[in-house]
Ligand binder design. Sequence first.
Ligand code: ADP
Ligand code: MG
Length: 233
Amino acid sequence: MLKIDQLSHSFRNGLEWTEVLHQISFEVHKGDMVALLGSSGSGKSTLLNLMAGLMKPTEGSIYIAGQDIVTMNENQLAEFRRSHIGFIFQAYELIPNLTVRENIELPLVFQGLSPRKRKEKAMVLLEQVGLPDKSEMFTSQLSGGQQQRVSIARSLITEPSVIFADEPTGNLDTKTEEEIIAILKELNKSMQTTFIIVTHEREVAEHTRRVLTLRDGHLEEEPVRTPVLGGTT
Ligand code: ADP
Ligand code: MG
């Protein structure tokens, strides 16, 4: 599903290059739910953005569904991202002057789906994230937790191979955080969606079967834990 091979990344700082990720390798299987843990500045967002094709790494390969996204040109990558990759942002990144349903449908507009089909799909997902009665509201009328649910539904609508989430509960209180994690776990179970969840909070990582930890750009993996939650690998 996802294979990272000898991935390194450097940022330029004036005349100097600073390497922030050092030869990272790991694999994630279909239906897995993985937490990517690490303190602030350890390289979590950089790794996630590279895997989601938002930036190109200095070195290494990123295979998603068998294809190396590093070697793709801009058009190929844009097309690949639309059909294979979902992203959930810490700050939701919803469009305020569209309704909840329109926000969720938006990725399908690019795929040329009919309005009826789009609405059908969006309503199924709204049901799954527990907001069927909010479909015609504007996103600014929702709480933070509700907005993140909308953003989760939007990330799922194209049935991507993998969904990357960068601190999805970072702006939420503990109770809402638990609700969001419960929804992600349920979706992982029911739809076999593969989730990679970046967090600096140990509590979030308690919910996933696999925990990868970044320390100063080096990756460490904890022993896979049982009982099994999120995936069968
Ligand atoms: P995290 O998400 O774990 O907090 P980041 O991936 O955002 O960490 O950052 C890792 C390191 O890379 C940090 O030292 C940060 O300052 C640096 N960094 C991140 N983005 C850039 C950038 N665009 N230009 C230069 N340095 C960056
Ligand atoms: Mg970050």
